[in-house]
Design a binder for this molecule. Structure first.
Ligand code: HEC
Length: 140
């Protein structure tokens, strides 16, 4: 009698847990697809790059031209979008680091990615969220 009750109990628990297990598998899939994002899928919008250009021309262009980035770029290939973003947030502009809003830095980063030949897409750059682990790699 006791055994039968146990079995019934197990079945009830299993039924109750099943949806949770399925949900777990589903969110794991979501996480892995977020990590599989590639920079070539477009991790910024054209509007962000456009706004970034305006800020860049005003704040950064006095010290860096496009050639500067072309030379420095290979060093960023093994790093992530977040690491690049965080570098400019914490160190640039060199004469007044951290002086822009986070969103302005994001737009500037989008502009630099556009200069380096990476494609724009539908999804806005989110360097501390969706794109935190995306490798910079190379645009080709
Ligand atoms: C007053 C001059 C000045 C301004 C303005 C300035 N930078 Fe810089 N930037 C520098 C110098 C100098 C370095 C090299 C620093 C070093 O190597 O420690 C540098 C380095 C960098 C690097 C790293 C390049 C590499 O070696 O990989 C990036 C990226 C960068 N700057 C982006 C920006 C952005 C974006 C802005 C505008 C928000 C900006 N800079 C504004 C002077 C400036």
């Amino acid at each position: 009698m006791a055994i039968k009750n146990d079995l019934t109990m197990n079945k009830t628990v299993y039924k109750a847990l099943l949806p949770i297990t399925l949900l777990g598998a589903f969110s794991l899939t979501m996480v892995s697809s977020a990590q599989d994002k590639s920079i070539k899928d477009g991790i910024y919008t054209a509007a962000q790059a456009e706004s970034g250009k305006e800020i860049y021309d005003r704040i950064c262009a006095g010290c860096h031209n496009q050639r500067f980035y072309e030379q420095a770029w290979p060093g960023w290939a093994t790093r992530t979008v977040e690491q690049f973003w965080f570098y400019i947030v914490s160190d640039m502009p060199q004469d007044n680091p951290g002086s822009l809003y986070d969103d302005e830095y994001t737009d500037v980063a989008a502009y630099i990615f556009s200069l380096m030949g990476y494609p724009a897409g539908d999804e806005p750059m989110d360097p501390t969220g969706a794109h935190v682990d995306v490798l910079i790699g190379s645009p080709e």
